[in-house]
Design a protein around this ligand. Structure first.
Ligand SMILES: Nc1nc2c(ncn2[C@@H]2O[C@H](COP(=O)(O)OP(=O)(O)OP(=O)(O)O)[C@@H](O)[C@H]2O)c(=O)[nH]1
Ligand SMILES: [Mg+2]
Length: 416
């Protein structure tokens, strides 16, 4: 570990010097205001075991020697308070032999916890101040303010709307009228058609009732139209819930394709190998609640089947558009262990505003592959194109506004 002290007139300048000399991996061990400037102690090749060993030698100095997480640009703008300022790590730590035995659990140290909470408070305060400043700057700029309003009217998340509106330049407002929408379309990732076409072994995962089985039937019907029923097979992992097997059984019969029911990942693997002659295989998974341990076990196992070259199973995350952005974000995090290649957004027809779903997709970074807008199989499914999705969001918002004003008018006339 190399420890070095930096003295600069401001924290920002000190951080710049640390980064210049020690690079982005430098860990800030402490900072202190003195002699009209800031002293920062930073280390590279930092080994927590070395530091902990030194701490065990001098228990009374334990907290003060605790390392802080790397400081961000935002933190660098703050001046350390006397309470949140740990002094530098001891030079003795540098020559201690590495050891991990009897490791101190830093996160459980109550004083360190308090320090972390203070740091988070400062960070929150800084980011709020910055966002208020940015907001004020945006509001003072009529075109950006208009852009923000138009994005928020679609249901786009406030932060994202602000970020996009900041790119609207000065000048002729008529020229930039559609710019916010095209900026939004650019941010929305859509699935690569080639990758989608190559994903011929596809498992549909997603929250309960999201539309997995219906979407599977739609995709299978498309495949049947392309390659014929003999080359398409369905597998379901949802054999135990009442009516689940019957539901997919109806689709299999209507499409004239084979259906296998499997109980676990081992049987799924065998079934996929048994379908080697089929060019397209679709796997339906059971709707399991967020706290169901079977879901936690299943998802990484599906991802592992993707690594097996004989199987190459891919996952498609099915998410309903008619729920809140936060629900979609938490669902995408919950299903991340399956490593989904893309998203099928269902129930678009039931969603009054598409902005929350678009914001969630941009937030989670998964590409959008399909839009489903009804129960019709296979009619109500469409390949997602960013421009079309944004235009649909505009129509939905317009319809929602019209419905709201009709409702207001009818309420007014009822009161008259
Ligand atoms: N309006 C509308 N309804 C849909 C859409 N997709 C699915 N549904 C309906 O949503 C309900 C649930 O669909 P399923 O396909 O059974 O959902 P699932 O994810 O398989 O459900 P579980 O297996 O119970 O988790 C059914 O009534 C579907 O007809 C859609 O795009 N629009
Ligand atoms: Mg289902």
């Amino acid at each position: 570990m190399k420890i070095k002290r930096y003295f600069a007139p401001t924290m920002r300048e000190a951080m710049r010097r640390v980064r210049e000399e020690q690079g982005a991996d430098a860990v800030i061990l402490g900072s202190e205001s003195r002699d009209g400037g800031i002293e920062v102690v930073a280390a590279v090749d930092y080994d927590e075991a070395l530091l902990q060993q030194a701490v065990r030698r001098e228990p009374s100095r334990r907290l003060s020697e605790a390392p802080l997480p790397p400081i961000t640009e935002d933190d660098a703008r703050s001046t350390p308070t006397s309470e949140s300022r740990p002094p530098a790590a001891p030079a003795a730590a540098t020559d201690a032999p590495p050891s991990r035995r009897g490791q101190l659990i830093w996160a459980q140290d109550p004083q360190l916890k308090r320090l972390q909470e203070e740091m988070q408070g400062v960070r929150r305060m800084l980011s709020e101040t910055l966002s208020q400043q940015t907001e004020a700057a945006l509001r003072a700029h009529p075109q950006r303010a208009r852009a923000m309003r138009s994005l928020e009217a679609l249901g786009i998340d406030h932060e994202l709307a602000r970020e996009l509106a900041a790119h609207v330049p000065d000048g002729d407002p008529a020229k930039h009228r559609n710019l916010p929408l095209s900026l939004l379309a650019k941010r929305l990732k859509t699935a690569n058609p080639l990758q989608l076409a190559r994903a011929t072994r596809l498992a549909l995962v997603g929250p309960t009732g999201a539309g997995k089985t219906t979407t599977l039937a739609k995709l299978a019907a498309k495949a049947v139209a392309e390659v014929g029923a003999r080359n398409v097979a369905l597998i379901t992992m949802d054999g135990h819930r009442a009516g689940a097997e019957a539901q997919i059984g109806v689709y299999a019969r209507l499409l004239g394709v084979s259906l296998r029911v499997v109980r676990d990942i081992k049987e799924l693997r065998a079934a996929l190998l048994a379908c080697a002659d089929c060019s397209h295989v679709f796997v339906d998974t059971a709707g399991l609640g967020p706290n169901d341990q079977r879901l936690a076990r299943l998802l990484p196992e599906l991802a592992r089947l993707g690594n097996d070259p004989d199987i190459a199973l891919r996952s498609l995350l099915v998410l309903p558009a008619n729920v809140q952005r936060d629900d979609l974000i938490s669902a995408s995090a919950r299903f991340a262990p399956a490593r989904p290649m893309a998203v099928a957004l269902t129930k678009v027809d039931e969603s009054t505003r598409l902005g929350p779903a678009i914001s969630a997709l941009i937030g989670c970074g998964l590409p959008l592959a399909w839009l489903a807008d009804g129960q019709g199989v296979p009619r109500d499914i469409h390949r997602a194109r960013a421009g079309d999705v944004v235009m649909r969001a505009v129509w939905h918002a317009r319809d929602a506004r019209q419905r709201e004003s009709t409702l207001e008018r009818s309420q007014e006339s009822a009161h008259a």
